[in-house]
Structures are given as C-alpha cells and as structure tokens.
Design a protein around this ligand. Structure first.
Ligand code: NAD
Ligand code: TYD
Length: 352
C-alpha cells in the first residue's frame, strides 16, 4: 500500500456495483488506498476484480459487517478516513423469503460501520466521510405519473426496501446525533456486466441463451428506470468528491421501461446475436404469479445531481443492453460458475 495517503473503505466491493466502483477508484485514483471489505455471500465474487487484484493501492479484506468486534478492530487497524458503503442483501425476492437476513446485514451491519467510524474519529471528523449508497425503492411505488425527488416521503413496501430505508435513517440520525459527515444517494435499477443473474436483466439473458422459460411476474407492465452501472459509478465519484456533507441525491436514467418491453428488447438482441430465427426467443415468455407487494413503477427526478454536480448518464439503453448482452455471451464461464450449485436451489424454490 502507498504510504501517507487517504485510506478509503468500500464495502460490498465484490458485488455487482461495488466491483465496478472499486475498479474505477483503484485505476483513477492511484493516490488513494482502496480497501474492499466483503464477506463474499452468494452475490460476492472476487472473479469480478481479477484484473486489479495485484494493483498496489488495492487490498481485499474478507469480513462480515454484522461482526461488530471485527469491524471495530478493522477500523482501528486501517484508520479508514472515508467509507463508501454498498454491502447489502440486495434482492427483493430473497427479502420476501428471509426478511431477517436483510435486517441483519442492511440495518445492523450499517450500524456496526457507523459505530466503528464514530468511535474511531471521536468527533474529529475533518476530512472524513461516511457515504451510504442506497436505492430509490425506499420511496415505495409511483402511479402512472410523477417522479421520486429527494424530498419524497419514504414509504417502503418490501422487506428489502424497508431495511434500506432503515439504514438510510440510521445514517442520517448519526449525522444529527453524533455529527458524522455523511452523504446518501438513492439510485434507480442498475444493469450491466457482473450482475448476479437473479435480477431481471441478467436472469433473462441467461435463460434466453439456455432456451429456458422467461418468467414475468404479473402482467409484465411494472416499470423501472434503468441506469447503466458505469453511469452510477460516475455519479458516486462526483458525489464523493464534490457534494456537501449531509446532502442526499437521487440518481436515475430518465429511462423508464415496462418489464415486458425490456424482455422483448433482450429477445430481439439475442435472436440476432445467436443467429436464431426472429421471434423465437419471445416464445419463451411465461407470465407467472406476481411478486407480493410488487411496486408498480419507479422513476427518478435527477435534476439535483444534474444541476449541482453536472452529472448526466452517458449510455443509451440500446447501447447499454447490447454491451451487457455481449459481455454475458463472452463470459460464459463466469455465468456458468455463478449459476451452478446454490443458484440452482434458489431457482427451484423461486420459479419451479
Ligand atoms: P450485490 O448483491 O451484487 O452485492 C452485494 C455485496 O455485498 C456482495 O459482494 C456481498 O458479498 C456483500 N455483502 C452482503 N452481505 C454482507 C455482509 N454481511 N458483510 C459484508 N459484505 C456483505 O448488490 P449490488 O446490486 O451491487 O448493490 C450494491 C448496493 O447498491 C446495495 O447497497 C444496494 O442496495 C444498492 N443499490 C443497488 C441497485 C441495483 O440496481 N443493483 C440500485 C440502487 C442501489
Ligand atoms: P429486479 O431485477 O428483481 O429489481 P427490483 O425488484 O429491485 O426492481 O426486478 C425488476 C423488475 O422485474 C421487477 O418489476 C420484478 C420483475 N421481475 C420479473 O418479472 N421476473 C423475474 O424473474 C424477476 C427477477 C423480476
């Protein structure tokens, strides 16, 4: 590690967004020491970071954020100046079958990090930061119109979003009560390479490649605001370096699509790339029982980050989806590794 430079902790760095963020920070900021703390759950995979594992300003730490003693010990040892907290249980369907796992990691884990940060710096917070990465799902569901703003009231509907809302509240409360310098951002649905194939887009890509059924919950007209993961990473970078402490930012793509439309796009792209007859992948679509508490529509108003920090998404949905599909096709081994073993048990319970 490089001496006498900022020590930055990124939690959940072996997951989907975390791995993109780690790669971006390690490469762009050689003058930061980047520590990736991750417990490597089913969603964490060090394969995602193979290309940077030997870089001198990067270190992986295997630890669980629910382990209070270990987290305090690590903060003492590494003296983290700044934290970007992404580690979480992140899948809504899993939160419906095991809510407590979400409370443990997303709420108690976050409090452990907040306590360790607060007790290490003991009120001497100059040049310190606790940046909490959250989701737009904390706002609940929109009707046909309207957008989530930073001022929209929290109204979470799933155990996942309730646990993320709880963690957001604790971060804010530690700011008010103990004076910690914090920032929170709430982002819409991400997609891109390295996303675990339990989430809509990689699950559908995987199933189309395999010729398996494409399970659509309910009427398929649920709407999400899709953002390419690297656009999210750019937003986090800007917020981390430029935002004032105590601020919150919504991040989104102004890119709303119904689930059925997204799946149709993927079918078209893959029919073409796999040289299949036009329309053949669409035949795999199956409408299945709806998800309980399913949020109808998410959409973000990102005026604040655009105006204050000059952020705008750079990737069009068409290009982002093409690139994502190509990545999964070129990384069959990665896909096979993460979809064997435990994934098959999960898949059977969820869909069969
Ligand atoms: P992910 O599930 O791909 O990765 C989560 C990572 O956290 C994994 O590497 C996992 O091993 C690690 N982790 C889980 N429990 C842990 C624990 N107890 N201790 C240490 N590490 C643990 O998630 P993601 O999609 O990359 O999301 C990252 C963050 O961004 C989450 O906080 C999520 O709520 C938020 N977010 C995600 C999206 C999205 O569309 N994926 C959108 C907005 C916000
Ligand atoms: P998901 O990727 O799980 O993200 P989130 O629920 O956090 O928005 O799901 C995105 C949308 O796709 C959501 O409306 C649920 C729907 N969906 C399906 O229709 N079928 C599936 O198999 C999955 C995983 C999701």
């Amino acid at each position: 590690m490089v001496k006498n430079i900022k020590s930055i902790l990124i939690t959940g760095g072996a997951g989907f967004i975390g791995s993109h963020l780690i790669r971006h920070f390690v490469r762009k900021y050689p003058n930061y020491n980047i520590y990736n703390l991750d417990s490597l759950t089913y969603a964490g995979n060090l394969e995602n970071l193979k290309d940077i594992e030997e870089v001198s300003n990067y270190e992986f730490i295997k630890a669980d954020i629910t382990d209070e003693t270990k987290i305090i010990e690590l903060f003492r040892k590494y003296q983290f100046d700044k934290v970007i907290h992404l580690a979480a249980e992140s899948h809504v369907d899993r939160s419906i079958s095991d809510p407590l796992a979400f409370v443990k990691t997303n709420i108690i884990g976050t409090i452990n990090l907040l306590n360790a940060f607060t007790s290490l710096w003991k009120g001497n917070f100059q040049d310190k930061l606790f940046y909490h990465v959250s989701t737009d799902e904390v706002y609940g569901s929109l009707g046909e119109t309207g957008l989530f703003k930073e001022t929209t009231a929290y109204s979470p509907n799933s155990p996942y979003s309730a646990s993320k809302a709880g963690s957001d509240h604790f971060v804010r409360a530690y700011g008010e009560t103990y004076g910690i310098p914090y920032i929170i951002s709430n982002c819409s649905n991400n997609y891109g390479p390295f996303q675990f194939p339990e989430k809509l887009i990689p699950l559908m890509i995987h199933n189309i490649i395999q010729g398996k059924e494409l399970p659509i919950y309910g009427d398929g007209k649920y709407t999400r605001d899709w953002l390419y993961v690297e656009d999210h990473v750019e937003a986090i970078d800007l917020i981390f370096h430029k935002a004032a402490k105590g601020e919150t930012y919504n991040i989104g793509g102004l890119n709303e699509w119904k689930n059925i439309e997204v799946i149709n796009f993927l079918c078209e792209i893959l029919d073409d790339k796999l040289n299949r007859e036009k329309g053949s992948s669409e035949k795999l679509i199956r409408f299945i029982k709806d998800r309980p508490g399913h949020d109808r529509r998410y959409a973000i108003d990102s005026t604040k980050i655009e105006k204050e920090l000059g952020w705008k998404p750079k990737h069009s949905f068409q290009q982002g989806l093409e690139d994502t599909v190509s990545w999964y096709m070129q990384n069959k081994e990665w896909l096979e590794n993460v979809t064997s073993g435990r994934y098959l048990d999960y898949y059977k319970k969820q869909y069969l």
